[in-house]
Each structure stands twice: as C-alpha cells, then as structure tokens.
Design a protein around this ligand. Structure first.
Ligand SMILES: NC(=O)c1ccc[n+]([C@@H]2O[C@H](COP(=O)([O-])OP(=O)(O)OC[C@H]3O[C@@H](n4cnc5c(N)ncnc54)[C@H](O)[C@@H]3O)[C@@H](O)[C@H]2O)c1
Length: 255
C-alpha cells in the first residue's frame, strides 16, 4: 500500500461523523488501516461500512472516551480485530459547551472536561506504551481556535481546549525521546453538525461567520483531515509540540 500513512494503524475518536469521519477517510486513502471509536452506534456502523466499501482495512468499536473501562475495551477490540497495535491516535471526539458561569453545576463542568480533555488523556494512555516500545508513533489532538480566542456564551469550552493544547506540549516533551510525536490542530469554523448546533445556539453567529473569514468561507472537514494526516505522517517527522491552526486566517485577524 502506498500513501503518506502506508503501514500505519490510525485510531480516530469521534469517527462516526464530521471531522473525525473525514480524518478516517483521508487516512485510509493515504494507505493506513483505520480504527474507529464513537458513542453513536448507527452512525459508526454506517461510516465503517462506507470505508469497508472502498476496500479500506477498517475496524470499529462503540466506546466512550470518558470512561477508562470503555477505552480499554475499545482499544483491545480494535487491536484484536486488526491484529496490530495503534501507531497513530487522533483525539478528535469533543463537544461544545454553552454554560452560564454563574449557574453551571460541578457535574456539568465535569461533563465538558471529561470529553474535551480527560478523554484525550485516557486514549493516549491506552495506546502510548506500544508506541514507546516501537520507538514510533504520533498523536494528533483536535483542539480549537478557542484554545487562543473565544466567543461569549461558550463557557468553559476555551478552558478545556486550552488545556488540550497544554497537554499536547507536555506529552510531546515527555515522549520525544522515544520518537513519538504529539501535535494539536486547531480548527476554526468547520462545516459539521457541531457547527450547526453552535449557529442554532448563539444568536447572529451564522450571519457573522462568513464575513469575518479572511478566506471568505467556512472550512470543510476535509480541510482539517489533510493537515491531521500530514502531522501524523513521516512528512512531519520534525514537528512535535505544535498547535496548527486550520481556520482560514480567522485566528490572525485583528479587525
Ligand atoms: N466543527 C467545528 O467548527 C470545530 C471547530 C473547532 C474544533 N472542533 C473540534 O473538532 C472535533 C470534532 O468536531 P465536529 O465538528 O466533527 O463535531 P461532531 O459533533 O460532528 O462530531 C463529534 C463526534 O465525537 C463523538 N463523541 C462525542 N463524545 C464522545 C465520547 N464521549 N466518546 C466517543 N465519541 C464521542 C460524537 O458522537 C461525534 O460523532 C471536536 O473536538 C470539536 O471540539 C470543531
């Protein structure tokens, strides 16, 4: 198999739809065997069937990244089904938050950080040892433009995504000696179900979004997938600890 990810086994969380699905499709096109994790059973089945239909080597596990038992079982099933260890992990599963900081409960706070930060730790912990043993591996964490900027009404999404970028830096330094690379990708507005939820929740954002983009458009999941697959590949052999913006220039715009 040729391609930038030939011989890699790429596990993508939140792979049933949106950016995660696009990453899985692109990774398969680039020659990887792909392992999909999501909590959405029906969508996961559909995405898996679609990938298998293209001739890709694919395995799937319904799993919740916030639950360490579920994470262990999902990674175990995927490596059993594929007969190989994971060499690339894409921590993509995430969710938005629209809490009122004066009213948010502790359990609502924990729900956000469980999905947007702890899940990436649990998944990374589960796949790291074989990467370290093999002196080969890459982790790509899908953060957000909210890791640097944010929008009123989305408390505390920016805190969780900033934490994910901090974890990326920290992990990158700790595993660099084993030739395992860890990077983040920070998308801006990307056309997915999650963006539709955001537009439906924050008044006026849909109308504003197009006008503020230097490139004059909202991004696609495939735009993000290209950068993720590059960072996961040997082409990015000297890139670690980085946070790559995929935001059409929005993050550098002052006014
Ligand atoms: N769409 C955007 O504009 C945008 C911008 C910046 C960052 N992001 C980030 O990109 C990532 C993907 O976003 P998307 O727009 O494709 O969202 P999406 O809602 O379309 O897809 C997210 C997927 O993650 C899965 N998921 C959620 N919680 C999970 C859990 N506990 N365990 C396993 N799977 C779980 C969902 O079921 C879903 O399939 C997220 O981390 C999001 O924060 C998205």
């Amino acid at each position: 198999m040729t391609g930038r990810l030939a011989n890699e086994v790429v596990l993508v969380t939140g792979a049933a739809r949106g950016i995660g699905r696009a990453v899985a499709v692109k990774a398969a096109e680039e020659g990887a065997a792909v392992a999909l994790v999501d909590i959405l059973t029906d969508e996961l089945t559909a995405t898996t069937a679609e990938l298998a239909g293209t001739g890709a080597t694919v395995a799937a596990a319904v799993g919740d990244i916030t639950d360490e038992v579920s994470v262990r079982q999902a990674v175990g099933k995927l490596t059993d089904d594929l007969g190989r260890q994971i060499t690339v992990l894409v921590n993509n599963a995430g969710k938005n938050s629209y809490a009122d900081p004066a009213k948010m409960s502790v359990s609502e706070w924990d729900d956000v950080f469980d999905v947007d930060l702890k899940g990436a730790f649990l998944m990374s912990r589960q796949v790291l040892q074989p990467m370290i043993d093999a002196r080969h591996g890459a982790i790509v964490n899908i953060a957000s433009i909210h890791s640097k900027l944010t929008t009123a009404g989305m408390f505390p999404y920016a805190a969780a995504k900033s934490g994910l970028v901090g974890m990326t830096r920290s992990l990158a330094l700790d595993v660099a000696q084993y030739d395992v690379r860890v990077n983040a990708v920070s998308p801006g507005y990307i056309s997915t179900d999650l963006l539709e939820e955001f537009f439906d929740t924050i008044p006026g954002e849909r109308e504003k979004a197009l006008g503020v983009h230097p490139l004059g458009r909202i991004g696609t999941p495939e735009n993000v997938a290209e950068v993720v697959c590059f960072l996961a590949s040997p082409a990015a052999a000297f890139v670690t600890g980085a946070n790559w913006a995929v935001d059409g220039g929005l993050g550098v715009r002052y006014a």
